[in-house]
Structure formats: C-alpha cells, structure tokens
Design a protein around this ligand. Structure first.
Ligand SMILES: C[S@@+](CC[C@H](N)C(=O)[O-])C[C@H]1O[C@@H](n2cnc3c(N)ncnc32)[C@H](O)[C@@H]1O
Length: 410
C-alpha cells in the first residue's frame, strides 16, 4: 500500500534523475521541488531508497504540514502531533530546521520552537522528558519552513546518504558520491557496462568516480557499508523488513561481483599525485573493491593503451578547474594533453569531462555532442560528452578560434 508520503532530497539539478530512480524502488513521484522529489510509497520503498539510492541526500517520511505564520502557531501545531509514536520514551532526538519567514527569522529559533513542541507533547503523554542529542540522536526530526507552512517529518537516512561509509579520507577537491553517480548515469555508464565496456578515470583523485562506477556496474547497494541509518531507533522501524532488504542486497552483491555475463569490467583509476593514490586505495578497500578496482600512480602524459582493455567503454574525468588565476593558465595545456592521450589510446570509447572551467573543454580537441549544466557544490560546472572518433575531431580552424577565446579569457 502506497500510504506514506516522502520527501527525498538531492543535490540541485538531479531532481529528474532522482524521480526515475525512485520509481525503481516502487515509489510514485508526485512533484519535484528544488533539490528534492515528493513521492508516495510504502515503508519498504523508503527503506529501499535509503539502501539503494545513488542520488539522494535524505529520505524524509512526511508527517504533517503545520501552520507557521508565527512562532507560537508553529509551536502549537508541532505539539499537536503524536510524537510518542515516533520517539522512544526517555529517548533522544535532534531537529534539522531549514528555511525562514517574516516571523521565524533564523533556523536556531525555529529549531528551538519545534523542539519545545516535541518535548511538551512527550512530557504530557509519558511524564518523561526526552533529551536533545545533536550528534547521535535516536530520531532526527526534519522541519522545513516554506512561507507560512512547516513541513514536519522523520529523517529516515540520518547522516546524508552521499556518505556511503567508504570515504573517510578525501583528496583535494573530491566529488560528492551522489554527484559522481549522477555523472555516470548521464554518461550512460550502466548501459555501456552491460554492453561489455570498461571504465577509466585518468585523474581519479580519491577514486570517487571509479568506485561509484564499479558499485553501479556490479549492482552493489551504495548503503551496504554504512554503519547507521536514521530509522534504526525510530519507533515505526520494522527490523524484519529491513533485514530482508539487507539480505537481498548481499545476494545481489554476490551475483554482481561475478560480473556481467561472467565478465567483470576493468575499473581503472590513475592520478599523478602519490598522496591521493594512497587515499583512493584506502577508500576502495573500505568499499570492498580490492582486486576489482585498480588504482595506479601515473600522469596523463604516461597514459597508454593496454591490451586487456575492452574495445569500448567510458573514460570519465573531473580535471582540475584551476580556481586560482595562476593555475588557470596551466589548464589549456593540461586539457590538451588529456584529449590527446584519450584520442590516442581509446578510440571508439565515450568520454566525459566534468569541469568548472568548460571553456577549456575545447582544448580537448573534440567536438562535444552533449553538455549538461550542473553544480559541484555551489560552483556551476558542466559535464561535456564526447565520442572518441575521427568524426568528432575539431578542425584546425576550430582549434584556432579556441586559442583566441582562451587567451582572451586568461
Ligand atoms: C578535481 S581533482 C579530482 C577529484 C576526484 N574526482 C575525487 O573525487 O577525488 C583533479 C585531480 O587531477 C589530478 N591531476 C592533475 N594533473 C594531472 C596530470 N597531469 N596527470 C594525472 N593526474 C593529474 C590531481 O592530482 C587531482 O587529484
């Protein structure tokens, strides 16, 4: 029975992809909002989203919309909700408050009033006072204020779901795991993997793209290695249902690791920096991908084809953006070397470049057939897609135009 209502949050720009993904968990998307999707579903579909969503940040079980044109009105509405069905007596909770309006001007004040309402309700129902625990609460309450309404729910995810549990160390400018999964989806990686393709990231940093590529192709649930979810001490939790989903995920992982029609794709990450290669190695160990993903210290200028690689596949890279002007001057040359290496070694492959400096995409020397505008955190960025073939090669004239553009921008 689809009798529950969820708000599933995601990075801005991924709403349409998330909508499709939620359908695969048995949810019925109703409406998109900035950075999230409203969907109906069962508790099972909510648990599936927590365990399997590669794109979501949080899965919030919606409880009620409360009038909130003043702090007192909001307090009254929150106190009316049946908190004793959700938070254990003598238990702990935390309130994540977002938004503001004329009357509730800051999130601290908003969170305090919601907390007061919950404590009042539980104290009058049980005589006991719950405690507030900002770090490790039994239940996380989500409170989202939009104009005069407060949307109140239980955060089933706890910590944001982009934290899969494998990346406790980061490189210099790591991609969020769910953004990496979105880029792979936009590149058509799941289909390429099914068709026998391999995966390479020649500037892999902490290994986010190559690890996510392997988890996707081998059907490994992104939440498998997480230690905690937000629903585990929530009173509505159904442990047997959750256990059955975890067991199903383990079976799928076992089958997935046997490969696609018996072949496990090659998953390769390279980077010139010894330190980040070490980090990537630790991350892939924690992801349980040792022996499946290969990481090697190597600069783009040393990149060359190996016999064992498939005829087709995806090379996806998140090169430096050069946030400082001095670094930007180097970017033309770096993007040119990258393009040359890929053209030389990987004809017939698909090539994705995710960059905050898309003007240097032209230095790749290939005409991109598709561009997606996305954000890397707050930075506007683009995913440029290329086919590595002669038909996509830029003419000398196009390259000349580019040189003019780039020097003008520098
Ligand atoms: C933006 S970071 C990639 C971050 C990565 N996607 C992650 O999630 O951790 C860019 C990476 O390119 C690497 N790099 C820069 N120039 C390189 C070169 N010439 N050859 C190989 N790697 C290079 C840097 O060491 C850095 O790790």
């Amino acid at each position: 029975m689809s009798d529950l209502n969820f708000f599933v949050t995601c990075p801005k720009g991924l709403e349409y992809l998330l909508e499709d993904e939620l359908r695969t968990f048995g949810m019925d998307p109703v409406r998109n909002a900035p950075a999230g999707v409203w969907a109906n579903g069962t508790l099972e579909s909510g648990y599936r989203a927590c365990l399997w969503s590669r794109l979501a940040n949080r899965v919030i079980l919606h409880l009620a919309d409360v009038d909130a044109t003043s702090g007192d009105q909001m307090l009254g509405g929150v106190t009316d909700l049946e908190w004793q069905q959700h938070i254990p007596m003598n238990g702990s909770f935390r309130v994540n408050f977002v938004g503001q309006n004329e009357a509730i001007r800051n999130t601290q004040y908003g969170a305090q009033r919601v907390k007061d309402g919950i404590v009042d309700r539980l104290r009058s129902a049980s005589g006991q006072r719950p405690s507030v625990d900002a770090k490790n609460p039994d239940v996380t309450v989500s409170a989202r204020l939009n104009r005069g309404k407060l949307s109140v729910g239980i955060d089933l995810s706890g910590d944001s779901l982009h934290k899969r549990g494998y990346r406790t160390e980061k490189g210099a400018a790591p991609l969020k795991e769910n953004l990496a999964a979105a880029l792979l989806t936009r590149c058509g990686w799941p289909e390429l993997a099914k068709a026998g393709g391999d995966f390479i990231d020649p500037m892999c940093g902490s290994g986010t793209l190559v690890i996510e590529a392997a988890m996707m192709a081998l059907d490994l649930a992104p939440g498998r290695k997480r230690e905690r979810f937000g629903f585990e001490r929530w009173l509505g939790h159904q442990p047997d249902l959750w256990l059955s989903l975890r067991q199903e995920a383990e079976k799928r992982a076992y089958t997935g690791k046997q490969g696609i029609e018996g072949r496990v794709p090659a998953f390769l990450g390279f980077d010139q920096d010894r330190g980040v290669i070490q980090t990537a190695g630790n991350n892939l160990q924690r992801a349980g991908l040792e022996g499946i993903v290969t990481i090697k210290q190597q600069g783009v200028d040393q990149f060359s084809r190996e016999e064992a690689w498939a005829e087709t596949g995806l090379v996806l890279v998140n090169p430096p953006y050069g946030e400082r002007l001095s670094e930007r001057k180097e970017l033309g040359g770096l993007y040119r070397s990258l393009g040359e290496a890929v053209k030389e070694a990987l004809p017939g492959w698909r090539f994705g470049v995710f960059t905050g400096a898309p003007e240097y995409g032209k230095s790749i020397g290939l005409r991109s057939y598709k561009q997606y505008r996305l954000y890397n955190g707050k930075l506007p960025a683009q995913l440029l897609l290329f086919n590595v073939d002669d038909a996509s090669a830029m003419t000398p004239r196009e390259r000349c135009t580019w040189r003019g553009d780039a020097s003008h921008r520098q």
